[in-house]
Design a protein around this ligand. Structure first.
Ligand code: BMA
Length: 311
């Protein structure tokens, strides 16, 4: 029997637009964090203008989420930020470092898409920090601890020369970033041949940093978004130990196959639990939120025993 890397939660989808107390068209591509022993979800929603905002929902068990009455993040009004967010805020990721939850998000404007950094200590008050890229960057995940004295992040610039690849860069303060290097590229005639991008913030394991990423395959019937895994060296995350040759999740449930954008599973969050599993969260067809579980060692072993070239 084919190995199932991800076990879908039987109550999927876990959050949809019907659950939101204000008018939205979609609920997808959510970040999730553990806060005070509970789970907090920051989810993206399209409005009927076609632009996106970020809502917030709470859960005791990581599956049953209840939306708060108001959105958590809408395009900024304040100077510096407003010019770069006027078309919407999308696809958040959360990393917990030193008592602070850092949120990266895609900020859209007439100048293109760039990455914003915001922070919160309590999921009540949100403070924008700065933008951490210029235009044409998306999918940014920050590692949960400093590595050899520096913060590290993975992201995905758009480029014709090195198409839609995953890069790493470093920072002394989370604000200024550099020393960038390409670490994983799409592989020709493979499930991720068109583009790849970091998904969930990396998870520390004994064998390396586990990076759950998305890969895109173009077909005559549109693109298919799937999820895969890569393992990065603990001390030098620019070194990729292995990239799993197979996808770990693809659109199969009806709400993953048909939606706002068909055939999409797209993750921004995975929460490691004390029993060696993760809770994985993904947007289904850019319309609903889904969840599942996976065994961390299965994902690590895929990277180690059945890998494709990183570059
Ligand atoms: C990407 C982003 C994601 C989205 C995906 C599938 O380019 O826009 O937010 O989930 O496409 O539509």
């Amino acid at each position: 029997m084919k190995k199932q890397f991800v076990k879908r939660y039987q109550g999927n989808p876990i959050l949809t637009k019907e659950d939101i107390p204000y008018k939205v068209e979609t609920v997808h591509n959510a970040a999730v964090a553990k806060y005070n022993g509970k789970y907090v979800m920051l989810f993206r929603s399209h409005l009927d203008t076609g632009r996106s905002i970020i809502g917030i929902a709470d859960s005791e068990d990581g599956f049953d989420f209840k939306s708060r009455p108001m959105p958590f993040m809408v395009p900024a009004k304040e100077p510096l930020f407003c010019e770069y967010e006027e078309f919407g805020v999308e696809d958040p990721r959360i990393t917990f470092i030193d008592d602070t939850y850092y949120i990266t998000y895609s900020a859209y404007s007439r100048h293109g898409v760039r990455i914003g950094l915001a922070k919160t200590a309590d999921f009540e008050i949100l403070e924008r920090v700065t933008f951490i890229s210029e235009a044409d960057y998306r999918n940014t995940v920050i590692f949960p601890e400093k590595i050899k004295g520096r913060y590290a992040k993975l992201n995905r610039p758009n480029s014709e020369v090195s198409p839609w690849s995953i890069w790493i860069s470093y920072s002394p303060d989370l604000v200024h970033w550099g020393d960038a290097k390409v670490v994983i590229k799409p592989v020709k005639y493979h499930w991720d041949e068109m583009k790849i991008g970091p998904g969930a913030p990396p998870i520390k394991t004994e064998k390396g940093w586990l990076n759950i990423y998305h890969g895109v395959f173009p077909t005559m019937d549109g693109c298919i978004y799937r999820l895969g895994v890569a393992l990065h060296d603990l001390e030098d995350p620019a070194k990729v130990i292995g990239v799993g040759d197979r996808w770990i999740l693809q659109p199969e449930d009806p709400w993953e196959v048909v939606g706002y954008v068909h055939n999409v599973v797209f993750t921004c969050a995975a929460i490691p639990e004390s029993d060696g599993t993760i809770k994985l969260y993904w947007g289904g067809a850019d319309k609903v939120m889904c969840a599942g579980t996976a065994v961390i060692n299965d994902l690590v072993n895929l990277c180690l025993t059945d890998s494709r070239p990183a570059i």
